[in-house]
Ligand binder design. Sequence first.
Ligand code: GLA
Length: 409
Amino acid sequence: MRATTHKTLLSSVLIALAALFSHAASAVKSPGLADTPPMGWNSWNHFDCEINEQIIRDTADAMVESGMKDAGYEYINIDDCWHEERDAQGNIQPSKEHFPSGMKVLADYVHKKGLKLGIYSDAGATTCAGRPGSRGHEYQDALTYAHWGIDYVKYDWCDTENINPIGAYTTMRDAIHASGRPMLLSICEWGDNKPWDWATDIGHTWRTTGDIYPCWDCEFSHGSWSSWGVLRILDKQEGLRKYAGPGHWNDMDMLEVGNGMTADEDRAHFSIWAMLASPLIAGNDLRTMSEQTRQILTNRDIIALNQDALGIQAMKYIDEGDLEIWVKPLAGGDWGFMFLNRADIAQKYRHDWRAHLVKDDISNHQIDFAQTTFHWRDLWQDREGDTRKPLAAEIPAHGVVVLRLTPVD
Ligand code: GLA
C-alpha cells in the first residue's frame, strides 16, 4: 500500500517535472536577439502597400552603400501587403506579381549583404490591409518563414475581436520556437492591452502606441482611429520606462526621418527615439534620401546612446512646459542629456548644472554636479565644455540639443 502510494507520488512528481520542462522548453523567445534596441528599415511608412522585391533589394543595397549598415542598421523589414492568398494546403505565399522570385531568394540576397530579413503578419484572420493573417496557421507560418530564412516577425493586431492577446502572441512565440529558427518577435498591438505588463518573456519589442504620422505635434484622424505626431507619441510613454531593458523594449513605432518634417524636427525625432531606447527602424526611401537625412540617420553618437549596453530608457528630469530635459544613464558613468524645445520658436536656455541633483530611482543612478565634474560634447554641433560653468544653449524651434557627459577624474 505504502509502496504504491510512493510510486504514485513519484510518478506524479515526474509528470509534473516533465510538464514543467516541456513548458519551459516551449516558453522561450529567441534569446540574444535584442540585447540593444533593434535597428533596421521597414517598408510601411513610405511605401504603404506599394512594395515589390526590387524595392526590397534596392533598399538592402542602399543600406550598405549609405553607411547605414556600418552605423548599426541590420534588418530589412517587409510590412503588410506582400501576401497572396494561401495555397490549397494552407501555406502562405508571396504575391506572384510583386515578389515573383519568392521570399527565399530575397532572404538569400539580403543575407549576402550581411543584413537580415523581416516579415509581417497579424494575429487575426486578416491583416490591417486585408491580407491573410496567421490565425489558425501560426505554426505553419512560422515554419514557412523559417524555411525562407526570415529573421524578424512583426505581428499585428487587426481583426482580433474576441482573441486573447497574451494567448495570441504566446502562440506565435511558441510557433517560432518550434520552427527551430531564431526570429525576433515584434509585438504590434499598439499598447491596447498593456503589453509591458505581460510581454517581457513573449516578444522582443512591443509597440506602445498607435501609428506614427510625420508631423511634430498633430493627431491625424483616419475616422475610427488616429495616427500621432512625434510629441504625441513621446507624451504617451509616461510611466513606461521601467518596463524596458535588454531583450524587451518599448517600441515607439518606425521612424519618419526623411518623410517630410523639417531637419530640426527630424533631428529631435531621431534623438528622442534614441534616448528612449526605442527600436530605430527607418521608414523613408533609402534609395533616394537626401544627404541631410542620411547624416541624421547615421549620427553614430546619437545611435550610441540608443545602443548603450545598460539599456536604460531615458527619464524626463526637468519639465518647464515647452522646455524639457531628458537624461539617460550610460555604461561607464557617462550620461546622455537632451534639451527638447517643443515650442514653435527657438529658445535660449541657461542651465546651471550644479543647481540640480539628477536622481534616477528606477535605475539607481545619480549625479551631484557639486561633487563630480563632467566634460560634455554636443552630439549634433561641434562644441564641448564642462559642467563647472552653466550651459548656454540656443535650442531650435521643434528641436533638441543633445550632449554626452563623461566624468572627469
Ligand atoms: C498597422 C500597424 C502599422 C502597419 C499597418 C499595415 O496599422 O500598426 O505599423 O504595419 O498596420 O497595414
